[in-house]
Design a protein around this ligand. Sequence first.
Ligand SMILES: *[C@@H]1O[C@H](CO)[C@@H](O)[C@H](O)[C@H]1NC(C)=O
Ligand SMILES: *[C@@H]1O[C@H](CO)[C@@H](O)[C@H](O)[C@H]1NC(C)=O
Length: 464
Amino acid sequence: DGHSQLSAYERKRLKNITENAKFFASLKLHESAARLNQLTTKRRSHITKRAKPKKAEDEPARRRSRRLLRVEPLDIPLLESLAPPAPEEYPQVPAGPLPMVPEDQAESSKWTETLLSTWMRISEVNTDHADWGTPDIKRYQESLSSMVLSEENVRKVVKARVCSMAIHPSQSTILVAAGDKLGHVGLWNVGCRAEEGAHTFIPHSFQVSCMHFSPCNPAHLLSLGSDTLRCADVTRAVFDEICRSEEDFSCFDFLGENACTAIVSHWDGGVAVVDRRTPGVSPELSADLGFRRTRTVHVHPLNRHYFLAAGSLDVCVFDVRYLKAKGNKPLSSLPGHTKSVASAYFSPVTGSRVVTVCADDKLRVYDTTSLSSTVTLLSSIRHNTNTGRWLSRFRAIWDPKQEHCFLVGSMAQPRQIQVFQDTGSLLHSYMGECLTSVCSINVVHPSQSILVGGNSSGRLHVFK
Ligand SMILES: *[C@@H]1O[C@H](CO)[C@@H](O)[C@H](O)[C@H]1NC(C)=O
Ligand SMILES: *[C@@H]1O[C@H](CO)[C@@H](O)[C@H](O)[C@H]1NC(C)=O
């Protein structure tokens, strides 16, 4: 036979190898198949699609990642019946720190430098506004009416649908960050009319669902993509990686005042506690809340160990100090939602109110002055939340300067962004000739009369 020239020892070894291979093949067929598949996909092109999480094979009825399916995380089942959209090429952003180089890096390096040095300069100024106080409702209403949207303050800042925004606390310069469905982050210096005013970066591979400037250092912009929480540090011109996961992220908020720790939620219902000071990119703790889905998490402004989580039908307050891997019991429940909840946030100063947006066409305000097991509903407002497939879902956000007033996008014509009081009364509608589309995602400046609305094709509108 072909092995005749081999020694007996070698023959035996070869037999062993073949047998071992067979044995492992029978044991780990699925795993090696998956690995092989991964390898060949990687080889096929430099721009790879995301490989399936390896651990998926351990779960017989496994959750199909919405990121892999390229569908919006919606509960509405109509998506299943629709043909999937034509697959676009999503470049896979590599893991680890990324240089702060804009998408169109070739022609605009000088402009980017200008923008980044502006961000750096305005972050050095102390923006403490603890003693600003809350104006009374009448004065507040007057200030809202005086805000206008002019043509030069409308600009396309990111390519695709706006999924999140953040505004720098500077009182001299309006710097807005917008994150879109493709993982892009756009920065816009609103006062800067020319080309160099806005730049896009690509720190994430998929939807950027949440962004905040660090409350203790606005030179840091934290952004949450589907698989990574990053911190853009302008002083080092780098997008650092804080946390990475194979389960899609949905939202995050800072736990401590020092912004070192954060609670991060997953679409599939779990949450994770992350500490930036620890090395590595895994969370300190992962916890199952018993939710089918978690869309938003928000930390109580005074008692920072309490956080609010909102998901399919559940809106509950948990205590992070007692969080464990499984079997978590909420401190309070906010009942009454009959369809999927899009967002839930504590009021900004005392946390004594919570506003929620629900697909049952209602905005609800709860009294959370005392966090007993069930909190009372204060008001319920009819509001068309049927944003459909192509628009981001509405999130009602509190004006950080006004404990009792919140803003929300609207389907009404003419196009508008509405301001409500917690009692349920409509206080103001931002409108104007230049607002011709629905703004689902909005952000309000912490100390000045500035509102930015983002629409579902990446266009931002600044009322001031
Ligand atoms: C073949 O496998 C047996 C049992 O696992 C082992 O004892 C032996 O040393 C192996 N022989 C060679 C040549 O690898
Ligand atoms: C966003 O706004 C621009 C300009 O107002 C408009 O042309 C575009 O159609 C809007 N996008 C959506 C999805 O409404």
